[in-house]
Design a protein around this ligand. Structure first.
Ligand SMILES: [Zn+2]
Length: 510
């Protein structure tokens, strides 16, 4: 197969995503009062409603509808004032009602968009000729460094319920084929899910990955889900088709499943683009099929070929009245909106003088952002960029540092009392304890003195002793400065700060 960069020179990839997010931060399920928890004993959190017993009536969870409206507001969607729930029928034991409750043609929120900022180091997959956005109107202008912004339209976000979890026992790799028993856990059944569907506006695997990252950051900031790709509370399917450069009609798309990490999402799309190009260039046709990504073998394989549309006998759920969302309800959701990652990034950058990249790293993770703001409040403004550096480059290797420890290590680094390597050593010792870095560094003799009076006395002593070198320096031989700094370091038994010695020597010799 040809490389992705070559393929994308000749072909345009048209990519859309469907992202399912479980509203894990809610306490109860979508249509009943059962607790949402994945850790409980199987089938502990069930009732007649989520088990689909005859006569049980669903009651919608208002908090879940607030969550989806907030997700819509955060993605610039229109809130649809009237929508309703539909029944999507299928027969499978993971849904005891024999239908899934979902939404029909009108979802709670629709027609949104996100502006996707593609940084320079992730911008090269998009060929330079693709300079108009997928809406056909917006020109894509590249900054001098090659970065660009691509507007990605969102078709809709609708509400549905999750199915039960099935475990197949006795076969290989937990698959149903060859299993002797299948176990069903209805704890997950009825958990509220929101499904976001994009328009096919993404053009490269990297854009798809960035979009998913941005969506995850946004939903995390809203606090509506723990957004774990690893544990499946956020799941993504991708669809992709190719068309020749300059064409406007769409090719046949394949749908990709099992994209359970950002890397899988990117790599599966990249593989699929190259595979389709090979098929088309050999004169073949791309089949409309669902394919499964195999990360270990780095390829997609066919799961099923779609020849006819599935018939789910879709119709409005007679047990659930249509929803009329009032202005008051929407305004209440708006009032609950937190600061979103983009706004937070701009604020961090301008308030503390951070690079947009560093500010974005901190703003994208709500826990990290909270820690940063808490620690920054205890530091002087000029120390805050050092704090950002600590949080981005040092702290992630440890994981159990307290805010006070972060403040202390930042102060030590800022006044050059420790090198970065020494700071790493100290953090390794205090991690998971309540010891303070300044105490540990002092006990281990790591602290470099920055007391200018004490260091000044050492400098004076060295200059009184090394008169020859002092004269050579004054005569223009700047190289002897290194020798003099070395003498000072030795006289202080390594406890002085070399930068300060250097500075004090220059002052006295000048
Ligand atoms: Zn229930």
């Amino acid at each position: 197969m040809r490389k992705l960069s070559e393929v994308l020179r000749d072909w345009e990839a048209v990519i859309g995503l469907e992202v399912h997010t479980e509203l894990t931060t809610l306490e109860t399920k979508m249509f009943c009062g059962c607790r949402i928890s994945h850790d409980d004993e199987p089938n502990a959190n069930v009732c007649p409603v989520c088990l689909g017993l005859p006569g049980a009536l669903p009651v919608p969870n208002e908090r879940a509808i607030e969550s989806i409206v907030m997700a819509g507001l955060a993605t610039n969607c229109e809130v649809m004032r009237r929508s309703m729930f539909y029944r999507k029928h299928y027969f499978y034991p993971d849904m005891a009602k024999n239908f899934q409750t979902t939404q029909g043609p009108v979802a709670f929120v629709m027609h949104g968009h996100l502006d996707l900022e593609v940084p320079a180091d992730r911008a090269d997959e998009r060929p330079t000729w693709a300079s108009v956005a997928a809406d056909g109107a917006t020109p894509i202008e590249r900054a001098a460094d090659g970065s660009y912004v691509a507007p990605i339209r969102i078709l809709r976000i609708h509400m549905e319920e999750d199915a039960a979890k099935m475990v197949h026992v006795g076969g290989a790799e937990g698959r149903i084929g060859g299993a002797t028993e299948s176990l069903i856990d209805y704890n997950r059944c009825g958990t509220p899910l929101i499904e976001l569907v994009t328009e096919p506006d993404l053009r490269t695997p990297e854009e798809a990955r960035l979009f998913m990252e941005k969506l995850r950051e946004t939903f995390l900031a809203l606090g509506i889900s723990d957004c774990s790709l690893e544990h499946g509370s956020m799941r993504c399917d991708g669809n992709v088709s190719l068309r020749r450069r300059g064409e406007s009609s769409l090719g046949t798309k394949s749908e990709l499943k099992n994209l359970n990490s950002f890397k899988s999402l990117h790599d599966a799309l990249a593989y699929e683009i190259c595979r389709q190009a090979e098929v088309l260039e050999a004169g073949g046709v791309v089949l409309q099929e669902t394919r499964h990504w195999e990360p270990s073998r780095r390829r997609t394989v066919v799961m099923r070929v779609k020849e006819t549309a599935d018939d789910y006998r879709f119709f409005p759920d007679p047990d659930l009245a249509p929803f009329d969302l009032t202005d008051e309800f929407v305004e209440r959701c708006r009032a609950r909106m937190p600061e979103l990652p983009d706004a937070k990034r701009e604020r961090f950058a301008s308030q503390w003088g951070l690079t947009r990249r560093d500010a974005g790293r901190l703003a994208g993770d709500p826990d990290l952002a909270r820690l940063f703001e808490g620690a920054a409040a205890q530091l002087r403004p000029q120390e805050v960029p050092t704090l950002a550096n600590v949080l981005i480059n040092l702290a992630p290797s440890f994981g159990a540092l307290t805010m006070l420890q972060l403040v202390s290590i930042t102060e030590l680094l800022f006044r050059d009392a420790l090198t970065f390597a020494q700071a790493r050593e100290v953090l390794g010792i205090v991690n998971g304890t309540d010891q303070m870095p300044i105490v540990v560094a002092g006990d281990r003799g790591l602290l470099q003195s920055t007391d200018t009076d004490a260091l000044g006395a050492i400098v004076d002593e060295v200059l009184a002793r090394c008169t020859d070198q002092a004269r050579q320096y004054r005569d223009g031989n700047r190289k002897v400065l290194g020798f003099l700094v070395g003498q000072c370091m030795r006289a202080s038994e390594g406890a002085g700060n070399p930068k300060l010695f250097n500075q004090l020597l220059v002052e006295r010799l000048g």
